[in-house]
Ligand binder design. Structure first.
Ligand SMILES: Nc1nc2c(ncn2[C@@H]2O[C@H](COP(=O)(O)OP(=O)(O)OP(=O)(O)O)[C@@H](O)[C@H]2O)c(=O)[nH]1
Ligand SMILES: [Mg+2]
Length: 1128
């Protein structure tokens, strides 16, 4: 159903990019995006204006309707004409709930502009800030809609004057957010420019910039929201009205004979009307006069509400109706709900769609106005700089800027997500009035199908028997030989006895054409995120197209775009071609695109930069089918779910569990529903959420558990006791732990020894590492390339980020213990970018610095060579950091300092022969020395010979009965790290959410109650200005968060509803291994000492889940300790 606008009309509008607007609606949850979208959709006659706000047309999922929140972004194309100009609006409604913020990212990428909606009562909320930032990062232009103005009248009962002050405050808040974003951008660009100018000069960390310079030169006035700029509209979407200053300026210029331009400048601001002088004057506030905005705008609306809704004064209403010149139908004015009459009046007087759409068309850019820096940003992936891309690639920038639909323009398309639709709902399969011809065709088809079915029935019956047979035997596990394919075919026949009823999901790509014309059936290259155009161009023959067969080029494949669709909210319309500048749906890509992709006819096209995702997937559950035999269906279903959701992650753990990782509780629920009802179509059971923890070590405590100061001796005693336990039963002649926590471990073949100490990193360092993981990852990639001898062209921005990280680390790692530490960093881990450090404290071992990319060309690093098996030490550290000894969770904030590392050269005799071929050329000279030192202990402390000698062995070839030395060393290093970790006071770290809760004074106490019960901590509380609402900001452990939102909602009768956002990791102060050591502690905590030990509870829960041994010998310990203290 297309309502008033025909498909032909839309198709013709698609060809004129100057009049196309691609835009999305962004806001905090519940601020009225979907309701506003309803208003706009109704203006096209697609839904009746009576249903606005009731239908929430773009929330097409059942659960979206039931819960009343949007979960998926969806698009609709609308037509709008103003004067003689006609526009095509490709509108995307996005969800506001934090859990679905990845859906916002996928929407924002395809747009050129955004409507940011703010609730007039709640003002700027956490997600408002996030979406403003997202719009900013994608370089798209926002306009502002302040919605729910009716609440100021009906709920807050503000006067028009108070409302005006309130609205001013909201604008200030929004502009403050924009201001922060803008300032940081200008500063960044400035720095970039200065760096560019200084290029070639040596980089130094202490460069001083004049940060303020440049700020005042840049004109930023167009960035801010202000009604007189025409980028702000005030609405009540639910009551169907909205206006901009322009509309009132127009009305009053006629009625009062004041120039429209003058009114435009004065309707918002500190101006008032001097009726006697018939002049507009400045200084309303100082003189205590009514501002124009109140007098000419708000007062009218306030009195309308007063007459229609509050007083229900028939006479007055009639007066207003005649003065406004609107027509009201009798049934509306008689309606028992005054809101019906109100809507009827308002939607004629100040139709919301008129105000919003006009602003959109005038203020948001068309696809032709794409800023050049946005194009460069989209095209340069990771550390690579735009001007280092191949010539041909750089030329594509003009294609973006021209947005041309010429025949020879290259096709460039970006797919930001894949979404699943019921195959039956596709236009190809939809019921439509049939032509005679079609009817005849169908009849023929049906006849054939009937024949087929007769044949199929027999096989189906057989396989059905087979499958029920299967179910009964499958308790012992399902037959190994049964492939997924057979399972699937069984499924289809099982659950759908009628063939025509076949329900299947089809994936459609949510995409935009940036250049060229997309035609049905046209073949394009699919460029994976790691595709390198330089490589592609060098490997492909000149002028090669996607219809040619492509040889093996990494991250490049071909596909054809089978079907093209116009996205119309709940419906899709088939299209044959789509020109540049439009948003569309593409069918037939599900085999080629997982979640997002770049498609192009030009192999020179680079993959677009990855989407910015704000949410961290953190809630994980293990999933099982109710019936074990349905495992293949589950696996298939999870694969589909993975494709259909931009942010959900699906993985199989080492334990064999199928794990689903989601952004939060609401997201989890939606994923489970989807899995059950659409993708797997089986009964599933989900584990309790798996809560992630981190393991860390801390400095020895200064007080004991009852806050008594610990004497020095006692402290040592405690550490000793821990250490004894650590090595109890495990200590052997290959392991030694000394009293300072230094662990010495020798490999089983006795040929290599490492000495490692674990040191807690200062908290700020851990935080810094955590937040710099992207930079560290890039650093690691650069180092990898350098090691392989490749040259890398790193952008100034990246170099600067790396230098910045180094400088920050240097300033945070101060003191004797950390002398030179930053230079000595050996690796980060786990996964090479985690928040733990491997430190090289081996005397005399000078290895290439991890910061070498900063000092390239600098000769200082030349002497440094990698010792042999260097990589094994790193790998051992990576393994140790990935899962700690407490409960095999990743480590965080731990530094492992390697203080000695010996490899006896007898470890190496067998490699003499291997050496000749494998060794890198620059090291081929030292062979003779090896023979000389063979059999002796080649301690590498210092001697250059030792270093170079070790530096030349291929790392895999020496083996003895214990296996390859490299492998033994990895294991030894890992064990040494674990023991070193255990030699320190160990702690668990819990993941924390922050949440902002808005609540009225009456329910505040209950909110605090729930927070307290769940170990939450209130950070601050403030009164929201102009309302009776309090805003509470709190942190809450993720482990205690499940059901939190529901509980809060229940306890406050739905008045407060929190949004949980992952914030940080926090050390749980209690020691999971703690046992009473003093009389007082014993008295206070009792024999078992585990009564209040939250950390122990968490740790044991994780161990149990992972099937690890849970030490129940706490009691034993307590006994032991008691005897100890008695003996004293
Ligand atoms: N009083 C009042 N309520 C409104 C207005 N606009 C929307 N609402 C109500 O606010 C609630 C949320 O509206 P939605 O349109 O679903 O909000 P949303 O921003 O799409 O929410 P999410 O998509 O879940 O983020 C609904 O109960 C609406 O009826 C308005 O102008 N005035
Ligand atoms: Mg919505």
């Amino acid at each position: 159903m297309m309502g008033h606008t025909s498909l032909e009309k839309i198709v013709s509008l698609q060809r004129n990019p100057a009049n196309i607007r691609n835009l999305c609606i962004l806001a905090h949850v519940d601020h009225g995006k979907t309701t506003l979208a309803d208003c706009l959709v109704a203006s096209n006659g697609i839904i009746s204006s009576r249903l606005v706000g009731k239908l929430r047309y773009l929330d097409s999922r059942e659960d979206e309707q039931i819960r009343g929140i949007t979960m998926k972004s969806s698009a609709i194309s609308l037509h709008y004409s103003h004067g003689d100009r006609e526009y095509l609006l490709n509108l995307i409604d996005s969800p506001g709930h934090v859990d679905f913020s990845s859906e916002v990212s996928t929407a924002v990428r395809l747009c050129d502009g955004a409507i940011v909606v703010v609730d007039a009562v709640e003002g700027v909320c956490p997600q408002t800030q996030v979406v403003l930032r997202q719009a900013w990062l994608e370089n798209i232009r926002p306009v502002l809609v302040i919605n729910k103005i009716d609440r100021l009248i009906m709920e807050l009962k503000l006067t028009a004057q108070e409302a005006y002050t309130h609205l001013q405050k909201i604008l200030e808040q929004v502009n403050a957010v924009t201001g922060t974003l803008f300032t940081s951008k200008v500063l960044e660009e400035r720095a970039e420019k200065e760096k560019e100018e200084k290029k070639g000069e040596k980089l130094s960390g202490d460069q001083v910039y004049d940060w303020s310079a440049g700020l005042e030169e840049v004109d930023d006035s167009h960035l801010y929201f202000s009604p007189d700029q025409g980028n702000v509209v005030f609405t009540s979407a639910i009551d169907g009205w909205g206006f901009s200053i322009q509309q009132f300026a127009h009305i009053y210029s006629q009625r009062m004979g004041i120039k429209e331009e003058v009114l435009l400048k004065t309707l918002w601001g500190d101006f008032y009307l001097n009726a006697k002088a018939k002049k507009i004057m400045k200084g309303a506030q100082a003189k205590g006069k009514k501002p124009l905005f109140v007098q000419l705008v708000l007062d009218n609306i306030w009195s309308l509400y007063d007459a229609v809704v509050i007083k229900r004064d028939k006479e007055k209403v009639e007066k207003v109706v005649t003065s406004l010149g609107v027509k009201v139908m009798a049934r509306d004015s008689r309606h028992s709900d005054p809101k019906v009459l109100l809507s009827a009046i308002c939607s004629q007087w100040l139709p919301v769609s008129q105000a919003v759409l006009l602003m959109v068309c005038e203020k948001l850019p068309s696809p032709l106005d794409m800023p050049a820096d946005r194009v460069e940003k989209l095209m340069s992936v990771g550390a690579r700089r735009f001007d280092s891309l191949p010539e041909q690639t750089q030329q594509l920038k003009t294609a973006f800027l021209q947005c041309s639909s010429e025949e020879n323009a290259p096709v460039i398309v970006f797919v930001s997500k894949m979404f699943a639709v019921d195959t039956k709902a596709l236009p190809q399969h939809r019921q439509r009035p049939l032509t005679q011809e079609e009817i005849a065709q169908r009849r023929e088809l049906a006849r054939q199908r009937h024949a087929d079915r007769m044949a199929a029935d027999q096989t189906a019956a057989e396989s059905h028997r087979e499958s029920s047979h299967l179910e009964s035997v499958s308790q012992e596990g399902q037959p190994a030989g049964l492939s997924t394919a057979t399972m699937e075919s069984l499924t289809l026949k099982d659950s759908k006895p009628e063939e025509e009823e076949e329900v299947k999901e089809t994936f459609i790509a949510f995409a935009r054409v940036y250049s060229g014309v997309v035609r049905k059936g046209r073949r394009v290259f699919v460029l994976g995120p790691k595709y390198d155009p330089a490589q592609g161009l060098s490997m492909l023959p000149q002028g090669c197209s996607a219809s040619d067969c492509v040889s093996e080029i990494p991250h490049l494949s071909c596909c054809s775009m089978e079907n093209l669709y116009l996205l119309m909210g709940r419906e899709l319309e088939e299209l044959d071609e789509v020109p540049a500048g439009n948003v569309l749906g593409i069918g037939g890509l599900e085999e080629h695109v997982l979640k997002s992709a770049t498609l192009s006819t030009a192999p020179a096209c680079p993959p677009f930069t990855p989407l910015n995702f704000e949410a961290t997937p953190i809630v994980r559950v293990a999933i099982e089918p109710k019936h074990p035999s349905e495992m293949p269906k589950l696996v298939r279903g999870m694969r589909l779910l993975n494709q259909a959701d931009p942010c959900a992650e699906v993985l199989i753990q080492e334990t064999g569990e199928h794990v689903l990782v989601t952004a939060g509780e609401v997201h989890l629920q939606r994923c489970l529903d989807d899995l059950r009802d659409r993708f797997a179509k089986i009964e599933i059971s989900a584990s309790k959420p798996i809560i992630p923890f981190r393991e860390t070590v801390i400095r020895p405590p200064k007080v004991d558990m009852v806050n008594e100061e610990l004497g020095k001796q006692q402290k040592v005693a405690i550490i000793h006791q821990v250490k004894e336990e650590a090595s109890q039963g495990r200590s052997s002649d290959t392991l030694h732990v000394d009293s300072s926590g230094l662990v010495t471990l020798t490999t089983p073949n006795r040929l290599a020894t490492v000495c490692v100490r674990a040191i807690p990193l200062p908290q700020e360092v851990t935080l810094l590492l955590e937040s710099s993981s992207e930079v560290i990852r890039t650093l690691e990639q650069v180092n990898m390339s350098l090691r392989e001898g490749k040259s890398v062209d790193i952008s100034v921005r990246t170099l600067e980020a790396i230098a910045g990280l180094k400088a920050q680390l240097e300033s945070l790692l101060q003191g004797r213990k950390w002398r030179n530490a930053v230079e000595r960093i050996w690796a980060f881990g786990p996964r090479r970018y985690g928040p733990n450090i491997l430190l090289n404290s081996v005397e005399g071992y000078q290895r290439p610095s991890v910061w070498q990319c900063l000092s390239r060309g600098n000769k200082a690093g030349e002497a440094a060579v990698l010792r042999d098996f260097d990589n094994s030490i790193v790998s051992g550290f990576q393994l140790a950091a990935l899962s700690g000894p407490m409960c095999e969770e990743p480590l965080m904030g731990v530094c492992f300092s390697v203080e000695r590392w010996d490899v006896q050269s007898s470890a190496l005799p067998q490699l003499q022969e291997a050496l000749v071929e494998d060794s890198p050329p620059n090291e081929a000279t030292a062979g003779s020395e090896v023979e000389g030192s063979s059999g002796t202990c080649a301690q590498v402390e210092g001697t250059a010979a030792g270093v170079s000698q070790a530096g030349r062995r291929p790392e895999t070839s020496s083996t003895d009965c214990y296996g390859p030395v490299s492998g033994q060393l990895i294991a030894a290093m890992k064990e040494a790290c674990r023991h070193a970790f255990q030699a320190q006071p160990q702690r668990l770290m819990a993941a924390m959410y922050t949440c902002e809760i808005m609540a009225t004074a009456e329910v505040l106490g209950r909110v605090y109650g729930v927070l307290g019960k769940r170990e939450g901590r209130v950070l601050h509380e403030e009164m929201k200005e102009g309302t009776d609402m309090f805003i509470i900001k709190a942190v809450l452990p993720v482990a205690e968060s499940f059901g939190f939102a529901d509980e809060i909602r229940k306890r406050t009768s739905g008045l407060a509803s929190p949004q949980l956002v992952f914030s940080h990791w926090e050390v749980i102060s209690s020691d999971p291994y703690w046992v009473p050591t003093t009389e007082e502690e014993y008295l206070h905590f009792g024999e078992k000492a585990d009564s209040e030990n939250q950390a122990l509870k968490y740790m044991n829960a994780v161990r149990r889940r992972k099937g690890l041994y849970v030490e129940e010998k706490i009691v034993e310990h307590a006994e032991k300790q008691r005897t100890l203290s008695k003996n004293k």
